[in-house]
Design a binder for this molecule. Structure first.
Ligand SMILES: [Zn+2]
Length: 117
């Protein structure tokens, strides 16, 4: 998918993919230590065992003209390209605005679901 985007002059790269249970645990524990409430944390990070990143099918994507993992990603050429082309590669956006999981909008988080093709 990255190559197909590049052929059309769109920069797209992988920020993060598979995460283990331990990693997800440490990520949340680290934020708790910094004084964030569990409620705040779970609005942006799934609890260990519930992250799509455990499945190995989820990817966080980035592009050169935007900071990593920010909502402004939706205004990039890369996001436009994903909206138009990701479906033919079997990728769907997991957490669109007002998603039923109660997680914040993540325009950078896509999941490989071949059955969606
Ligand atoms: Zn993600």
């Amino acid at each position: 998918m990255k190559t197909a985007a590049a052929e059309q002059g769109v920069s797209l790269f992988l920020i993060s993919a598979f995460r283990s249970l331990q990693y997800q645990h440490d990520l949340i524990a680290g934020k708790l230590r910094k004084g964030r409430s569990l409620e705040q944390i779970l609005a942006v990070n799934a609890a260990p065992g519930f992250s799509e990143h455990h499945s190995g099918c989820a990817v966080d994507l980035g592009t050169t003209d935007c900071d990593a993992l920010v909502e402004e990603f939706e205004n990039t050429e890369a996001f436009q390209w994903l909206e138009e082309n990701s479906g033919s590669f079997g990728f769907v956006m997991s957490y669109p605005r007002d998603n039923p999981h109660g997680l914040v909008y993540e325009p950078w988080h896509w999941c490989y679901q071949p059955s969606s093709i």
